[in-house]
Ligand binder design. Sequence first.
Ligand code: ATP
Ligand code: MG
Length: 239
Amino acid sequence: MPLLEITDMTVSYGRIEAIRDVSITVETGELVTLIGANGAGKTTTMRAVSGVRPLARGRIVFDGQDVTRMKPHLRVAAGIIQAPEGRGVFAGMTVMENLEMGCFARPFASKAEHDETVERVFTFFPRLLERRTQLGGTMSGGEQQMLAIGRALMARPRVLLLDEPSMGLAPMIIQQIFRIISEINAQGTTVLLVEQNAQQALSRSDRAYVLETGSVVRTGEGKALLADPAIKEAYLGVG
Ligand SMILES: Nc1ncnc2c1ncn2[C@@H]1O[C@H](COP(=O)(O)OP(=O)(O)OP(=O)(O)O)[C@@H](O)[C@H]1O
Ligand SMILES: [Mg+2]
């Protein structure tokens, strides 16, 4: 049984269907990527999974439970944790305060568990430890992305939803962010990733889905899609 199973999902904004009959599965432990051009419906898909956008049709099952109509905060409590597009760092709060916000909707059972998780976040992102008293809004773009992912980790995701973590970052930082995402996944966190950086994302994904104008047009292993001539031409700027 997949950890996350989206079946024939349609999501509309008013009368416009942003995505239509999208089906996606994510198995426990997988890193699955959604690639697609601007406006393809990637963010809409993520928003539907986290519950901030209702479905017009279709079904979302998480860990055997139908969550299609479940409120967003209850999905967070169940372990569906999103680091949103655009990062959403609280500018007026320190790095440490931002991290603490991450576990607000999913409190720790003990102080020890809290401290262990903070430790784990700082191991992934030593920069956040160095800057723990700095205001979020004064962090660089790359640092804010680290903070957004770190904050999501504070909620101990059972599935981590990442919407374009590489957006607007320099190539070296992009490499670093992708390496850390791979490491988070390797340590056991299931990840559903949205990316336009197809090269990096596909080379690190177990599987991927290609979204075009609101529909899934291709799916397969990340590396197989990376070698596919049509994908190369459309998403990798070669061919
Ligand atoms: N709040 C909204 N109201 C109306 N239409 C919307 C809204 N949000 C998104 N859309 C439309 O839905 C479609 C899918 O948008 P979405 O943001 O999911 O795309 P995306 O794949 O994430 O694109 P990008 O790569 O630019 O982030 C687009 O045509 C967009 O204009
Ligand atoms: Mg988007």
